[in-house]
Design a protein around this ligand. Structure first.
Ligand code: MD6
Ligand code: FE
Length: 223
């Protein structure tokens, strides 16, 4: 057999069931598999610093339910919920102080991911940080509290893997299920910007960097 055959064979993915590096969910929406893996330790260290200043908390929905996801924020504005509704606020209502600044490593990763997904010039002013423990879920929702819906959202998954529920433009649309692993980045906008989505209850596990947690960063341009 000519050597070339072996070269070509070696070029095939080791695991042909592995998802492609870029997976398309729908028009305007992609998963960049592993895009944030190298930055993981630095991103997680920054999450520690931020949550020391603005601790994770379980927000109350307008309907009076306590969210199972714990949240905090960094950047110029943070997403908050209480009995009066959802909003972006420059001040952490728990402390009365501005949210911690967005670290340069966060901003740079978000801008590069957006560019790689076909959204050059993304300038996030807010980063919502979600913390999941086994059993934590996020029910189907749209992200529609941002004023400028032309900007995409960049979402970074770290720690334990999750099942991402990806629906349609109507709440009743039956969602597909996609695995999001440590280092995966979802970018979506354009025709998919208002798609309903959520996270299935997190399975038990132990991750080398986060233990029993999943941490998700979502970068937004809120105005
Ligand atoms: C999460 N993500 O991955 C929840 N929203 O934990 C979101 O709700 C989300 O990943 C808007 C855009 C991207 C997202
Ligand atoms: Fe969302």
């Amino acid at each position: 057999m000519p050597a070339m055959t072996f070269d070509l064979f070696d070029a095939l993915p080791a695991d042909s069931n592995a998802p492609p590096a870029v997976e398309t969910l729908a028009p305007g929406a992609v998963v960049l598999h592993g895009f944030a893996r190298d930055a993981g330790p630095e991103l997680l260290a920054a999450v520690q610093t931020i949550s020391a200043e603005a601790p994770f908390r379980h927000l109350i929905t307008p309907g009076g339910l306590r969210m199972s996801v714990a949240m905090t924020n960094c950047g110029e504005r943070g997403w908050v919920s209480d009995r009066t509704g959802y909003r972006y606020d420059a001040v952490d209502p728990e402390s009365g102080r501005p949210w911690p600044a967005m670290p340069a490593v966060f901003r740079s990763l978000a801008e590069h991911a957006a560019e790689a997904a076909g959204y050059p010039g993304f300038a996030p002013d807010a980063c919502l940080i979600n913390r999941y423990l086994p059993g934590t879920r996020l029910s189907l929702h749209q992200d529609r509290d941002e004023l400028d819906l032309r900007a995409p959202i960049v979402s970074v998954s770290m720690g334990l893997p999750a099942v991402f529920l990806w629906g349609g433009l109507r709440r009743a649309d039956r969602p597909g299920r996609f695995r999001l692993a440590h280092g995966d980045v979802v970018v979506w906008g354009g025709p998919s910007r208002l798609v309903f989505h959520g996270i299935a209850p997190l399975a038990d596990g132990d991750h080398a960097l986060t233990g029993s947690e999943r941490i998700n960063l979502t970068f937004r341009k809120t105005r």
